[in-house]
Design a protein around this ligand. Structure first.
Ligand code: SF4
Ligand code: SF4
Length: 465
C-alpha cells in the first residue's frame, strides 16, 4: 500500500498577497518581513489570478521562497536565558490578594476558565511581600528601569499591603529608576485612595472600564452593575485631583468583539474625553460555555461596523488604543535575509516579569495557568522545570511555525501554548493560529493603506525602540 506523504509547504505559502481598498495590491514576504507594492501590470480581474501572477513573477526573479524558514529559534540559548533572568528581570508582579469585590463573568478567576482556580479568601502575607521584593532586588541589577506591579483580586481591598509594598520597595531599591503600578476595578478608588496617589506620584493605576458593555459582565457581588460607582469616583478625581487624573490614571478596556469598539469609542468621548490606553479582547482559551456566549457578543450593537475602516477614516484616539501598537510593531519591524531562521516572538517565563503568587510561588503571569509553578521564594527558580519548558516549547514552535507566513508578526505568547494543567501543548491551537493570521493580515492591510494615503501618519509610528 502506498504510504500517504505529508503535503510539503507550497513555494508560495510564505508570501501573502492582499489588496487594500484603493484596489492596490501588496505582497508580504513572511521570510524577510518585506512588504512589496505589486505593479499594476500584475493585477488581474480576481485576487486569485493576481496571486498567481505575483508568484510567477517572483519565481522568475528567484524571489519566491523555495523552502520554509530555516527552523525557528529562541534568541537566547538556555544557558544565556538563565544568566539573563539572574540580573535582568524588569518587573515584579505581586498577587497581593485573591479577594475581589466584583464578580466579573469573564474574570480569569471567575471559575469560568479551566486553567485558573477561582477567587479565594487569601492575601499575600507581609513577610512574603518583603521577601518577594528582596528576591526581585537580587535579580534586576542590570535592568535600567524597574517596576513593581501590584495585582489582585482587587488591590484596593488591602490598602495596607499596597502601601507596605511601595514603601519597602522604595527603601530596598533606593537610587534605582523605580516605578509602581497597580490594577483596580475602580470601585474603591475614592477620596482616600486619591489622596494617597497624590502623595505618591510614582504610582499609576490601571482602571478597567468597558463603557456601555461594562455592567453586562462586571457586576458587584450583589449582582448590580459597577459602572456608576466607578464613574462617581472618576468624576470626583477629575474635579478634585486633576494631577492624579492626568498623570496617574490609565484606562484598560476589554471587548468581546471588534465591532464593540464603536460604542466603546462613543462612551469614552462623551463621558471621559479620554481614550483607553489599551484595548484587549476577552480571553477565549480554556473558557466554558458562558465565555463562549460572551464572545459571541449578543451585546454587539452594529455588526457592520468595521473598526479598521473607522480607524483609517478618523485615527480616533480610542481606536489608537487598539490599532496603535499593531501599527508601531509593523512599522518598526526588523527585516531579515531570506535564509535567516524564524525567531520565536513569544515571551518566555520571567524574562519580562516575575509573577509571585500570594503564597510565594513563582508563576508565569497574572492570566496564565496557575498550575505552572516555576520556583518559589524558598528555593529560587526551578531550573529543571524551566529547561523542560524551554526545550518543549522550542520543539513545538519549530514544528508548527516554520511554514507559517505570519511567523514574524505572530503574537503567540507562552500562555497560549499551555494546557489547563500547566503542561505544554502538542500543537498550537488552530483557533489561535486562525485568529493570529487574520489579525496580522488586517494589520498589514491597514498599514499598507496608511503608507499609501497618510505618509505623515505613518511617520508617527516611528519609535526609538
Ligand atoms: S475586578 Fe478584576 S479581579 Fe475582580 S472579578 Fe473583575 S476581573 Fe476579576
Ligand atoms: S499563527 Fe500559529 S503557526 Fe503561525 S507563527 Fe503563529 S503560532 Fe505559529
Amino acid at each position: 500500500m502506498m504510504k500517504k506523504m505529508k503535503k510539503p509547504a507550497h513555494k508560495s505559502d510564505m508570501v501573502k498577497v492582499f489588496a487594500v481598498s484603493s484596489d492596490k495590491v501588496y505582497a508580504y514576504d513572511g521570510r524577510t518581513g518585506r512588504i512589496m507594492a505589486v505593479s499594476d501590470s500584475l493585477v488581474r480581474p480576481t485576487l486569485e489570478e493576481t496571486k498567481q501572477a505575483v508568484y510567477a513573477y517572483l519565481r522568475e526573479k528567484h524571489h519566491l521562497p523555495d523552502k520554509p524558514l530555516a527552523g525557528v529559534i529562541w534568541e537566547h540559548s538556555f544557558e544565556e536565558y538563565m544568566a539573563y533572568i539572574k540580573t535582568h528581570i524588569p518587573t515584579l508582579l505581586l498577587q497581593l490578594t485573591c479577594r475581589c469585590n466584583l464578580d466579573c463573568d469573564y474574570c480569569v478567576y471567575s471559575g469560568n476558565y479551566a486553567h485558573m482556580m477561582p477567587h479565594a479568601n487569601a492575601d499575600m502575607p507581609f513577610d512574603t511581600i518583603r521577601r518577594s521584593i528582596d528576591f526581585f532586588a537580587q535579580h534586576n541589577a542590570d535592568s535600567g528601569q524597574i517596576m513593581v506591579d501590584l495585582y489582585g483580586g482587587e488591590v484596593l481591598m488591602c490598602m495596607e499591603r499596597l502601601q507596605y509594598a511601595v514603601t519597602y520597595a522604595r527603601e530596598r531599591m533606593k537610587g534605582r529608576q523605580l516605578s509602581f503600578r497597580f490594577t483596580s476595578n475602580g470601585v474603591l478608588l475614592g477620596r482616600d485612595a486619591a489622596q494617597w496617589l497624590k502623595k505618591n506620584p510614582d504610582v499609576r493605576v490601571n482602571v478597567t472600564l468597558n463603557g456601555p458593555f461594562h455592567d453586562l459582565h462586571r457586576k458587584m457581588l450583589s449582582g448590580q452593575g459597577s459602572l456608576e460607582r466607578i464613574m462617581t469616583n472618576l468624576r470626583m478625581i477629575r474635579a478634585e485631583f486633576p494631577e492624579v487624573w492626568e498623570n496617574q490614571i490609565r484606562f484598560l478596556s476589554n471587548i468581546a468583539r471588534p465591532e464593540n469598539l464603536q460604542a466603546l469609542a462613543e462612551f469614552f468621548h462623551s463621558e471621559l474625553q479620554r481614550a483607553p490606553d489599551i484595548v484587549t479582547h476577552i480571553r477565549q482559551q480554556d473558557g466554558n460555555e458562558k465565555i463562549d456566549a460572551i464572545l459571541r457578543g449578543e451585546e454587539t450593537q452594529d455588526r457592520r461596523f468595521d473598526p479598521g475602516r473607522a480607524y483609517l477614516a478618523s485615527f480616533d484616539p480610542v481606536l489608537e488604543g487598539y490599532f496603535g501598537n499593531r501599527m508601531r510593531a509593523i512599522h518598526n519591524r526588523i527585516l531579515y535575509r531570506k535564509n535567516d531562521p524564524g525567531i520565536i516572538g513569544s515571551c518566555f517565563p520571567i524574562m519580562d516579569k516575575l509573577f509571585v503568587h500570594y503564597d510565594g510561588q513563582f508563576g508565569l503571569c497574572e492570566t496564565a495557568c496557575d498550575k505552572l509553578i516555576l520556583g518559589d521564594l524558598d528555593n529560587g527558580f526551578d531550573e529543571e522545570k524551566l529547561r523542560e519548558l524551554y526545550e518543549r516549547s522550542r520543539e513545538l514552535y519549530n514544528r508548527t511555525c516554520a511554514n507559517c507566513w505570519a511567523q514574524r508578526r505572530c503574537t503567540v505568547c507562552f500562555k497560549d501554548i499551555l494546557k489547563p494543567d500547566g503542561s505544554v501543548m502538542d500543537s498550537v491551537p488552530e483557533s489561535f493560529c486562525r485568529a493570529s493570521k487574520a489579525d496580522t493580515l488586517q494589520s498589514l492591510r491597514i498599514y499598507a493603506e496608511i503608507a499609501e494615503r497618510y505618509p505623515e501618519k505613518q511617520e508617527e509610528f516611528t519609535t526609538n525602540g
